[in-house]
Design a protein around this ligand. Structure first.
Ligand code: PHE
Length: 454
């Protein structure tokens, strides 16, 4: 009954841009460049490509198959396709993962919002001349109790506003505006960066692989990055796919999303690395790269003030379009489960996330909760670790096992071909199902077990 009034995407381009919006996020612009910097540049990119197309894409296709077939929230989807079994735990794990993830993602979103606002003032870029100064500015901001809470909450309110407007009117509409703008801005920064004198070294770092830098950790880092960046393994794609029309081509939609996300990541790398090398900064700077290294860099460039604003605005768009998909995963479940209106659900969920995100917001540098360490990590690092290295991996394995072994080949083929109307060469269908049933779960399991016991 609920389903008759169920919201949906209005067009193929709408769902595609929403999926790309979910995938392209802090993972591409904030995380990918520093992961690449820490893990050997081009060699990391090559391993990443293998992980993205051969391991993460089968998960994305599987999530699409589940979501579009069941046309309901992530938990009920498993219940509907495998009634009376424990498979719905997979959906519940997904909802939990989204909750934990948004609790720390919103903190970094909040930093971005703050940096966008302070970069609007010309004094920001002149305030400092070396990375120590920007390190101090960053440290002071994240240690400030009210500042970090307020910006985290503001970020969550922006997300809540969009999600409260529904699929067509909120998520689809905002993605259609945000994604093209983001693309243009990131390309513009990349062009500026690549035309700096001395940028060639950075490009070499991105495009000339040095395999002597590859270790087993590189493989792990690339796999975790691929899952995080493509939003797979936590039922986010199941949720979006449940609002998709029966005519969408699952295979091409998934391929396009993976390709677009990868392209964005590489362009972001081209925006960051050449400039880092041109100014002799450290490519392996780590997570603070976007908030310390880059402002240092902008302060030394012509029109650095404008570039800083454009950069933080892009980062904010990317973060918001991903955060709404994390919210929607929880909202669609809670709406159906508790029979509440979308608006009420969004309010309740946002307040809960605000409470938990506060723990993360106060856990950095000299923040009031920075002294609390669990398993040696502060709240933000713990939540990041729990989701990317643990929950998403478990989710991913369960999802491909469900499609490969529980739903089976016939259901898979029916969904991919839209009941026989889309012509896909049978060899492609066979290979893609083989990856889903055997290769993806086995390889992911091996990597996960290795990472636990090494
Ligand atoms: N893919 C997003 C990013 O790259 C993060 C994300 C993960 C979003 C899982 C939704 C679900 O930042």
């Amino acid at each position: 009954m609920k389903r008759s009034g169920r919201d949906s995407f209005s067009s193929s381009i709408g769902i595609l841009l929403a999926l790309v919006g979910s995938a392209v996020g802090l993972g591409n612009i904030w995380r990918f460049p520093y992961m690449m910097g820490e893990n050997g540049g081009a060699a990391f990119i090559l391993i990443y490509l293998v992980c993205a197309f051969l391991l993460a894409m089968p998960i994305m296709i599987s999530e699409f198959v589940i979501g579009r077939r069941a046309r309901t929230n992530a938990v009920e989807a498993f219940e509907k396709l495998a009634p009376g079994t424990k498979w719905k735990m997979t959906g519940l794990i997904g909802v939990l993962t989204a909750f934990i993830m948004l609790s720390f993602y919103s903190v970094i979103g909040g930093w971005t919002l703050n940096y966008l606002i302070i970069s609007l003032s010309p004094s920001f870029i002149n305030a400092a001349n070396d990375s120590n100064d920007f390190g101090r500015i960053f440290g002071e901001f994240v240690s400030n109790t009210y500042g970090s809470i307020i910006f985290t909450w503001l970020f969550l309110l922006i997300t809540a506003f969009i999600v409260s407007r529904g699929i067509k009117g909120g998520i689809e509409k905002s993605s259609k505006i945000m994604m093209p703008v983001l693309f243009v801005l990131v390309v513009a920064i990349a062009v500026r960066s690549m035309t700096l004198p001395g940028a060639g070294k950075g490009l070499e770092y991105i495009f000339k692989p040095d395999f002597s830098l590859v270790t087993s950790d590189t493989v792990l880092a690339a796999l975790g990055q691929a899952f995080f960046s493509l939003s797979v393994g936590m039922c986010c794609v199941i949720t979006y796919a449940s609002y998709a029309g029966k005519k969408e081509n699952i295979l091409s939609c998934s391929f396009f999303t993976v390709a677009a996300d990868t392209l964005f990541a590489i362009i972001a790398g081209c925006a960051v690395m050449p400039a880092v090398f041109a100014f002799g900064l450290n490519p392996g700077e780590g997570p603070s790269m976007a908030f310390i290294t880059l402002p240092t860099l902008f302060s030394q460039m012509h029109f650095g003030g404008v570039i800083a604003v454009v950069f933080f605005f892009s980062l904010l768009l990317a973060a918001v379009s991903s955060a709404i998909s994390q919210q929607e995963l929880m909202i669609s479940y809670m709406m159906d489960r508790f029979g509440l209106s979308r608006r009420k659900t969004v309010v309740i969920n946002t307040v809960c996330i605000m409470a938990v995100s506060t723990l993360c917001a106060l856990s950095q540098e000299d923040g009031v909760l920075a002294g609390i360490k669990i398993l040696g990590m502060d709240f933000l690092s713990l939540f990041d670790y729990l989701t990317a290295n643990f929950l998403m991996i478990i989710g991913a394995i369960l999802i491909v096992l469900f499609v490969g072994w529980k739903m089976g080949r016939e259901a898979y083929t029916t969904e991919l071909t839209n009941g026989g109307t889309v012509k896909i060469p049978s060899a492609i269908l066979r290979i893609s199902f083989f990856f889903t049933k055997y290769i993806a779960p086995a390889v992911i399991l091996v990597i996960a077990v290795y990472s636990i016991f090494k």
